[in-house]
Design a protein around this ligand. Structure first.
Ligand code: PGA
Length: 248
């Protein structure tokens, strides 16, 4: 088996006021978590206070997006440098909700990823097919295309994490079959190895995302080439997220 350490990454999306920080304190994560890294990506407004609380808990904190420039006239945006300055170590990029709602292209995701790396952040780059694409049997084409175009050349096992998230599985309670997950994860691994070589291609962690919950985390997390999960809804409650971390 590989020596890739699992990751349980929580994506809080646009959820969480300051009082939600108590959920982080309630997380039962062994300190330090030896087999599973834990990352929580709260709204930007909570990064600073969460990062302060998490330093002793072996929990990393991340942003959910960043601008590709490090500063400038971009009203409402946040740069990777700002995320790092506020205590983040990771940033989710190219989430399907951003690709869909803001028309983010692969080229933009690639530029944002470069900017994240310049700021010293680990990029969690999301890719995944829509239901239409899956039904038309275009999943691997879509995922392969997004992977090629969204990830810059300077990827390493340390600066890049891929999250495979079928769009139709996000927030829907639906998940692909285990065989379908394995097919896509094996494909992503093969593409990473082909492009970056064995050492880097086999070191990049590939997470599954989309309706991961305590009930399915162990079986999904045990699949080959699945190195953990990007968890939305089930990361908001400490009790559920702790179970997912334990399962992974
Ligand atoms: P979900 O979201 O776990 O609520 O399906 C996952 C995600 O969007 O990252």
């Amino acid at each position: 088996m590989s020596s890739r350490r699992k990751i349980a990454a929580g994506n809080w999306k646009m959820n969480g006021l300051r009082q939600a920080l108590s959920e982080v304190e309630a997380l039962h994560v062994s300190n330090p978590a030896p087999e599973c890294e834990v990352v929580i990506c709260p709204p930007a407004t909570l990064i600073r206070s969460m990062a302060k609380r998490c330093t002793e808990m072996a929990i990393n904190v991340g942003g959910q997006d960043c601008h590709e420039d490090s500063s400038g006239a971009h009203t409402g945006d946040i740069s990777a440098e700002m995320l790092a300055d506020t205590g983040a170590t990771h940033v989710i990029l190219g989430h399907s909700e951003r690709r869909e709602a803001y028309g983010e292209s692969d080229a933009q995701v690639r530029a944002k990823t470069k900017s994240a790396w310049t700021a010293g952040l680990i990029a969690i780059v999301c890719i995944g097919e829509s239901l239409t694409h899956r039904e038309a049997k275009n999943t691997l084409d879509i995922v392969g295309g997004q992977l090629a175009a969204s990830v810059p050349d300077a990827a390493t096992g340390e600066n890049l994490v891929i999250a495979y998230e079928p769009i139709w599985a996000i927030g829907s309670g639906l998940t692909p079959t285990l065989d379908e997950i394995v097919e896509v994860h094996n494909f992503i691994r093969a593409r990473l190895v082909r492009r970056f070589g064995d050492a880097i291609g086999k070191a990049v962690r590939v997470l599954y995302g989309g309706s991961m919950k305590p009930e399915n985390a162990a079986e999904i997390g045990a699949l080959p080439n699945v190195d953990g999960g990007l968890v939305g809804g089930a990361s908001l409650k400490a009790a559920d997220f702790s179970k997912i971390v334990a399962a992974l």
